[in-house]
Structure formats: structure tokens, C-alpha cells
Design a binder for this molecule. Structure first.
Ligand code: C2E
Ligand code: MG
Ligand code: MG
Ligand code: MG
Length: 281
């Protein structure tokens, strides 16, 4: 609020801090109730193979359907959920809901990527909970990718869980790659299958030769480590061309689709229908 008021004095600043604290507190209480009231929903964004254009799977992205405030994006509540440890409960719900939803998809080859925060990964037996959820849903572990940011790699407990998850058969992806402190050399010692190159490297593609060369170098290096590479935030045909030229395995972004509600996803991606007795699809 202080920012919007422009040149505010100390009083305005303090007042805005107070407001922020109040809002945070309210959101924390709201969040606790919201889990019980089932106000969170998952949206699903396709991840597309660059070589064929085929949809390989979807990333689950949480939203809060607030009764008064409308649809709240994750950036407005995930960090608060992390600070208050609410993420452990919320994250469990996200993981279980996503896997249960995956079990309803007709196409049995589709994968689901689930975002997991470091705190959630480091507390309790997350890998055990994933194993149980997979078992309940009858889903093979390799169809599930766990996305973590580079920050999770700094936490011992989180890394131990990543090893567990990989032992179960889940895939591990590093999200927003390039925005943190980890180098590809460091990743070499970690249980990782996929890197998702952050949108900030994808957005400027095609605008200058140096930009594409840099991107090509990251992809090339990742390839030497046997990692699959996903480009995030592809919005234009131009960017897709560069992503293909760099030989990225997959791409994700508004060019293909925005994240879709579960029903919208089902109707847009009905999957292969069972062939009926007339032989018609
Ligand atoms: P992320 O995991 O990197 O997810 C990608 C974000 O980029 C999503 O924003 C998605 O809607 C957005 N996006 C996709 N394609 C494009 C594009 O072409 N252009 C632009 N400008 N944006 C695009 P969203 O859903 O608002 O999520 C933001 C972040 O919140 C996520 O970044 C992730 O870090 C976090 N998040 C979302 N869902 C979850 C969750 O279930 N659990 C946890 N722990 N974090 C989550
Ligand atoms: Mg992600
Ligand atoms: Mg990302
Ligand atoms: Mg991102």
C-alpha cells in the first residue's frame, strides 16, 4: 500500500507493515480453513515434446478459490504457506489430489509434474506418502515428476527425500533452472532427471544471436549429464523455433496452453478412446 501512495513518510510505512502483517495473519487463518473447506484447486498445463508436438504430460499448479477474493494465484500464498509450515498440509493435499486426478486420465502414458517446496520435502516422510498415494491410485511411479527449485538442493533432509523418491521410481526435475546458485557441475552428484530452464532465459530467445548461443550452451551441457530439458514460458513461435534449434526435449508455455481446470483439461485432451466393436475410435 505504501508503494502505491508514493512518497509516504515513516507513519505510512509503519502502517503498511502493520497492514501486511494483518493480511498475512488473516491469510494464514483463511488458509487453514480453506484446506478443510476444499477451496484449493489444481490447474494443469501441458508439457509438449518439441520434436513431435505431442503432449507428454501436465504440470499441476495450485490456485485458491477464495469465496470473497476470487481465484488467488500461488505466488500470493505459497511463500506464506512455507513460512507457516502450512505447506506441509497443503502440499500433501496437492500431491494426493494430483495423483488421484492422474488416475482418471484416459491416456496412460501421460505424466504429471508436481511442485514441492523444500520445507514440505524436508518434513516427515514425503516419499513414503507419495508411494502410498501411487499405490492407492494404481499409478506407476515414472509417470510422476517431482519439481523442486535449486533451493531444495541446499537442504540435507530434502535431498535425502529426493533420493527416496527416485528409488521409488519417480522422476526429479529442477524447476526455474538458472535462477538459483546451483551449477550444472553440482547437479551431477544429485538424483536429477530433468531440468526446466527458467522462463527468463526463454523470453529473450531470438532477439539477439548471443541470447540463443547462451541458451544452446546450457542445453548442450545439460545433455552431457544425460538430463532431459524442458523450456519454460514459451509464448511465441519464434521462441519455440529457438528452443527446437537448441534441441530441448520439451516445452511449456502459453503458446501451447495456459493452465487448465481439471474439466477443461479432460475435454481438450480426451486421450485415446477405447476402440469399440465396430472398430471406430
Ligand atoms: P513454476 O512451477 O515455475 O510454474 C510455472 C508458472 O509459469 C505458472 O505460474 C504458470 O502458469 C506460468 N506460466 C506458464 N507458461 C507461461 C508463459 O508462457 N508465460 C508466462 N508469463 N507464464 C507462464 P503459476 O501457476 O502462477 O505458479 C507460479 C509458481 O508458484 C510456480 O512456478 C511454483 O513455483 C509455485 N507453485 C504453483 N503451484 C504450486 C504447488 O502446487 N506447490 C508448490 N509448492 N508451489 C507451487
Ligand atoms: Mg514448476
Ligand atoms: Mg518453473
Ligand atoms: Mg518459473
Amino acid at each position: 500500500a505504501a508503494k502505491r501512495m508514493g512518497s509516504g513518510g515513516a507513519v505510512v510505512f509503519q502502517d503498511s507493515l502493520h497492514q501486511t502483517a494483518l493480511t498475512a495473519l488473516r491469510t494464514e487463518q483463511d488458509m487453514f480453513l480453506a484446506i478443510q473447506r476444499d477451496e484449493f484447486v489444481l490447474h494443469y498445463q501441458p508439457i509438449v515434446a518439441t520434436a513431435t508436438g505431442a503432449t507428454m504430460g501436465f504440470e499441476a499448479l495450485v490456485r485458491w478459490k477464495h469465496p470473497e477474493r476470487g481465484l488467488i494465484p500461488p505466488l500470493d500464498f505459497i511463500s506464506l504457506a512455507e513460512e507457516t509450515w502450512m505447506i506441509v498440509t497443503l502440499g500433501r493435499w496437492i500431491m494426493e489430489t494430483g495423483i488421484a486426478e492422474l488416475a482418471t486420465w484416459r491416456d496412460r502414458d501421460l505424466t504429471l509434474a508436481i511442485n514441492v517446496s523444500p520445507r514440505q520435502l524436508g518434513s516427515g516422510d514425503f516419499a513414503g506418502a507419495v508411494r502410498a498415494a501411487l499405490h492407492r491410485a494404481g499409478i506407476e511411479a515414472p509417470r510422476v515428476t517431482i519439481e523442486v527449485t535449486e533451493g531444495a538442493l541446499m537442504d540435507r533432509a530434502a535431498v535425502a527425500q529426493l533420493h527416496e523418491l527416485r528409488a521409488i521410481g519417480c522422476r526429479i526435475a529442477i524447476d526455474d533452472f538458472g535462477t538459483g546458485y546451483s551449477s550444472l557441475a553440482y547437479l551431477r552428484h544429485l538424483p536429477i532427471d530433468i531440468i526446466k530452464i527458467d522462463r527468463s532465459f526463454v523470453t529473450p530467445l531470438g532477439s539477439a544471436p548471443g541470447v540463443d548461443r547462451f541458451f544452446d550452451a546450457i542445453v548442450g551441457l545439460a545433455r552431457t549429464l544425460d538430463l532431459r530439458i524442458v523450456a519454460e514460458g514459451v509464448e511465441t513461435v519464434q521462441q519455440l523455433r529457438s528452443v527446437k534449434a537448441a534441441r530441448c526435449d520439451a516445452a511449456q508455455g502459453y503458446l501451447f496452453s495456459k493452465p487448465l481446470g481439471a474439466d477443461e483439461r479432460q475435454s481438450r485432451y480426451p486421450g485415446s478412446r477405447p476402440v469399440n466393436s465396430d472398430g471406430a475410435a
